[in-house]
Unconditional design. Structure first.
Length: 190
């Protein structure tokens, strides 16, 4: 697949088959991630690959966060929450939690490290597209909860920046229109 075609054809694919994804492909995606630009070559990214039963780490964290909001925890309510939250972790056969490990406390350094880690995620998404895999980058309030951080053993100087769900596409995604580049570009020539 030509690079430009790969960029233009990449889509978020939330529905994937539960067929296993070859370990070699996941390793290749992780390697692609490490080629992202990063200021001062800090390589601030950290990856947590969850497959099979390993996805329980994510499911348990989702569950624990959801249970904090329950005011009257009946056995039935707890069981329902458990099923729903573990279902989130099992939406794809592979989930990669991506974290940034900040090199310091300076806000500029933190912004740059976070940006580098986002670029690493984009490399994975593009690589997965080229391999015929479907991906979706998820985040949301639970991802930023201290319980989620604890689930992955992250320290004070780390934070999660994305959950990447990976599998073989169940359906072909629909084309989503983009704004014409002229609407978001200002030329400053003189």
């Amino acid at each position: 697949m030509h690079l430009i075609e790969g960029i233009k054809s990449r889509k978020s694919i939330g529905k994937v088959k539960q067929d296993p994804v070859e370990k070699e492909k996941i390793e290749a995606l992780l390697e692609l991630a490490t080629y992202a630009p990063n200021h001062h070559l800090t390589e601030p990214w950290r990856f947590f690959v969850m497959t099979g039963e390993g996805r329980k780490v994510l499911g348990n964290a989702y569950r624990d966060i959801a249970l904090e909001k329950v005011t009257d925890p009946t056995d039935e309510a707890i069981a329902l929450i458990e099923t729903k939250q573990h279902g989130k972790a099992n939406r794809a056969p592979v989930v990669i939690a991506v974290a940034v490990s900040f090199r310091g406390q300076e806000e500029i350094e933190r912004i740059e490290d976070r940006a580098a880690t986002y670029a690493a995620i984009q490399n994975m998404l593009l690589g997965a597209n080229a391999m015929g895999l479907g991906t979706i980058w998820r985040s949301g309030a639970p991802m930023y909860h201290p319980t989620m951080k604890q689930a992955f053993g992250l320290g004070e100087n780390d934070e999660l920046v994305g959950l990447i769900y990976i599998g073989y596409p169940e359906v072909e995604p629909k084309e989503k229109p983009r704004k014409p580049v002229s609407q978001v570009t200002t030329w400053m020539e003189q």
